[in-house]
Ligand binder design. Structure first.
Ligand SMILES: [Zn+2]
Length: 281
């Protein structure tokens, strides 16, 4: 089964009378969606009680929950203290995900800063390896960690870099943000083969199971020569990437990905629009 859902609480949820996050799963079910990425982008502030309420509501409504870790995580920070803090933010995210019944925990690997890409990646690998050890000590190995492909040149998180991080452990899987790949590649996702190449690379490096249950971010995006400018939505015409080629690949190969829509202000509407495209095939 392919799951579709919004990143965070869509404005439509509040416009529909929704008030708190534990109401989101039932609301998503009522409009026909089946996934929800809980947002901790600005910090993991959720308490255990609230998280367990959302978890119960999601189980009841059959909604798959994932969690987006704080944006300021930087596994490649030049300062040891910065890397330590990032480890703590990821561990906090894992604990919250455990209460939420959420997996994976999506995170941005970090910035390249003044380092070479190789140096930055090596630092990130070491930092992530330590996180995996700490997660094991806390009994949190049942939650996947999912570094995201990033949209700007100066961010760590090319497809190759994300794959390298995933090779550390089966606990680490990629979050493939196709909008970011499209933006950083200067509008590189046009034909079906462009999408197929990405999935083939992941399958070759990480195996077919990872592709079968891929965690995906999708939305229209605006970009410049430096990469991502901002996420758009389907009402803004002329912003790619187009979802149809990916939908065809999913259908033809009977894949079961989770598609999280990050459209600006229209996350729920556009998740439904993508689902409609997929179901029309
Ligand atoms: Zn993200």
């Amino acid at each position: 089964m392919v799951k579709f859902g919004p990143a965070g609480n869509s404005p439509l949820f509040y416009e529909s009378g929704g008030k708190s996050s534990d109401q989101v799963p039932a609301w998503l079910k009522s409009i026909g969606l089946s996934a929800y990425e809980y947002q901790c982008g600005r910090g993991v502030r959720i308490g255990e009680q609230t998280a367990r309420k959302i978890s119960a509501a999601a189980r009841e409504a059959g909604i798959a929950v994932s969690l987006h870790a704080p944006y300021y995580i930087n596994l490649a920070s030049k300062e040891a203290e910065g890397r330590k803090k990032s480890q703590n933010h990821i561990l906090k995210s894992l604990r919250a995900a455990d209460w939420l019944g959420a997996s994976p925990v999506v995170f941005h690997p970090g910035g390249v800063g003044g380092l070479s890409r190789k140096e930055a990646l090596d630092l990130a690998l070491t930092t992530l390896e330590e996180i995996l050890e700490l997660a094991q000590k806390e009994g949190l190995t049942h939650i996947k960690l999912a570094p995201e492909t990033m949209g700007k040149q100066n961010q760590l998180g090319s497809l190759e870099e994300v794959i390298a991080l995933c090779k550390l452990s089966p606990q680490v899987i990629p979050t493939v943000d196709f909008a970011h790949l499209h933006a950083v590649g200067g509008g590189c996702l046009c034909d079906k083969s462009d999408f197929e190449d990405i999935l083939a690379k992941i399958e070759g490096a990480l195996g077919s199971d990872v592709v079968q249950y891929l965690h995906v971010h999708f939305s229209p995006i605006e970009y410049t020569e430096k990469g991502e400018k901002r996420h758009r939505n389907l009402e803004d015409k002329d912003f790619g990437p187009d979802f149809l080629p990916l939908a065809e690949i999913i259908k033809e190969n009977s894949l079961s990905p989770t598609i999280i829509c990050e459209s600006n202000g229209k996350q729920a509407e556009d998740a439904l629009a993508y689902q409609k495209i997929y179901r029309s095939l």
